[in-house]
Write a protein that binds this ligand. Structure first.
Ligand SMILES: Nc1ccn([C@@H]2O[C@H](COP(=O)(O)O)[C@@H](O)[C@H]2O)c(=O)n1
Ligand code: CDI
Length: 164
């Protein structure tokens, strides 16, 4: 029972709007598309959702607390590097990251060709085996802001265990 008490789950979600002239970076992959996501950073909505899941699990606030979007240091920031910092923070708080799963809601482009490289990038950023990182994609059947191709939403969950 005591060991189970050391387990914590985390939930994260993030939304970024599409904008012309921006890159579409998801899970650290630069995906060819006619529009990209707007943001202060590189707007990697998947890396942000996973970062928030991890921070939630250790009650560490959220990504905006660690990396304020008013700080010029994070202008066009590589969100995989921010995720690596979050993973280090989680470990410094005395937790082991066990597993991460995620889903990207995007009407377009087709993301499944990029799934494995996204998993590899994210796993490397968190120093996790790739089998402990899940990435899925879904359309929203043309409903909502994702369905109108106005933006992309990402959701993530994680499981961590207190080690210290
Ligand atoms: N942007 C996306 C959305 C979906 N996929 C893949 O297509 C499958 C079917 O999507 P539905 O929304 O119709 O359920 C989904 O399971 C993904 O494998 C994708 O690659 N990119
Ligand atoms: C990572 C940050 C850094 O400015 O990136 P943004 O592109 O502003 O993305 P958002 O998910 O709106 O907020 C998180 C910010 O901390």
């Amino acid at each position: 029972m005591n060991e189970l008490r050391n387990l914590r789950t985390g939930l994260g979600m993030d939304v970024h709007a599409f904008a012309e002239g921006r890159k579409l970076i998801l899970g650290g992959v630069d995906i060819p598309h006619y529009q990209g996501l707007d943001g202060h950073s590189d707007a990697d909505v998947l890396a942000h959702a996973i970062s928030d899941a991890l921070l939630g699990a250790v009650r560490g606030g959220d990504i905006g607390k660690l990396f304020p979007d008013t700080d010029p240091a994070y202008k066009d920031a590589d969100s995989l590097k921010l995720l690596a910092e979050v993973a280090r923070f989680v470990r410094d708080q005395g937790f082991q990251i066990i597993d991460v799963d995620s889903v990207i809601a995007a009407q377009a482009p087709k993301l499944s060709p990029y799934r494995e490289v996204m998993r590899e990038n994210l796993a490397a950023a968190m120093a996790l085996p790739v089998e402990n990182v899940g990435v899925k994609a879904t359309t929203t059947e043309h409903l909502g802001h994702e369905g109108r191709e106005e933006g992309i939403t990402a959701y993530a969950t994680c499981l961590v265990c207190r080690t210290g």
